[in-house]
Design a protein around this ligand. Sequence first.
Ligand SMILES: NC(=O)C1=CN([C@@H]2O[C@H](COP(=O)(O)OP(=O)(O)OC[C@H]3O[C@@H](n4cnc5c(N)ncnc54)[C@H](O)[C@@H]3O)[C@@H](O)[C@H]2O)C=CC1
Ligand SMILES: O=C([O-])CC(=O)C(=O)O
Length: 329
Amino acid sequence: MTSAEPLKVAVTGAAGQIGYSLLFRLASGALAADRPIELRLLEIEPALKALEGVVMELDDCAFPLLAGVEIGSDAEKIFDGVNLALLVGARPRGPGMERGDLLSANGAIFTAQGKALNAVAADDVRIGVTGNPANTNALIAMTNAPDIPRERFSALTRLDHNRAISQLAAKTGAKVTDIKKMTIWGNHSATQYPDLFHAEVNGQNAAELVGDQAWLEGDFIPTVAKRGAAIIDARGSSSAASAASATIDAARDWLFGSAQDDWVSMAVVSKGEYDVPEGLISSFPVTTSGGDWSIVEGLEIDDFSRARIDASTAELADERKAVTELGLI
Ligand SMILES: NC(=O)C1=CN([C@@H]2O[C@H](COP(=O)(O)OP(=O)(O)OC[C@H]3O[C@@H](n4cnc5c(N)ncnc54)[C@H](O)[C@@H]3O)[C@@H](O)[C@H]2O)C=CC1
Ligand SMILES: O=C([O-])CC(=O)C(=O)O
């Protein structure tokens, strides 16, 4: 397609909390500053009236780049010809729950949406899953869309990545832009492993600069891994604006490329890299270019990191087993 044609972007769960931040940023050019965008918004029937109100507000912003908005509850109509699908719509967890507790409530959404994308999405479609449990929901959608290359599915760990950068910046007094090569490994869950051993602060190894294993183990890793729960405790509902922002960061870098001297974290299908079991959707360090990602290879993984990556991917394997037993894949 020519760059003058609108980018067709589907958002599911568009009347929800994340949708309320995401749609306005998409329409104002945060994804592609010089490209018109057409929004295709999917909701369940009872939420369509609320979504109509959100569309009224989008209209009222008179966004120059917004080329059209379509709403509906039929996935095959909404996904027709989309270049990017942001699968946000799913139930959020409440206090005391882990994201994996949502598997049976949310998993079925992703079988139906995977099938619909398989049937009608554009040939160049990219699919980003934000709805929790994001990695396994992406696995479900991918498995139910056999004609779409597996590399076109990704789950969101960019929020964790951004959280890790922010925590490290606060600890070292650096600016967030001084921090490069952050990595989140594994699942978007409390077992995720934010890795400082390959991260850099102004070119210096972050773990060496911090030089404080107790902080790394007792503070940094749990703060990042449990940030979602801390926000639920404080706000009474799960993170929304930051999740929308990370959803856009991830999609923008995927479609239009990431910085050459840096990498980002994306949960993508494993071909066995870093001994992550084949076929799991697990977070890795990746670079992106021309709409494709590639896993950064050749990083040395010490015993400390190995144990944490293994624990998180074991959880992903358990989730895969659970959704297989539920008949979702
Ligand atoms: N991966 C990440 O980093 C993050 C993921 N999340 C997850 O994102 C999801 C959405 O969160 P919120 O917007 O806060 O929830 P919300 O409850 O405010 O909105 C979810 C929306 O999805 C809609 N929905 C439900 N089933 C649907 C279906 N089959 N098709 C289309 N829409 C459907 C609901 O009607 C609702 O409007 C949750 O699962 C949450 O846990 C939230 C924050 C960060
Ligand atoms: O914690 C939650 O349930 C929402 C989420 O995924 C996050 O904020 O990382």
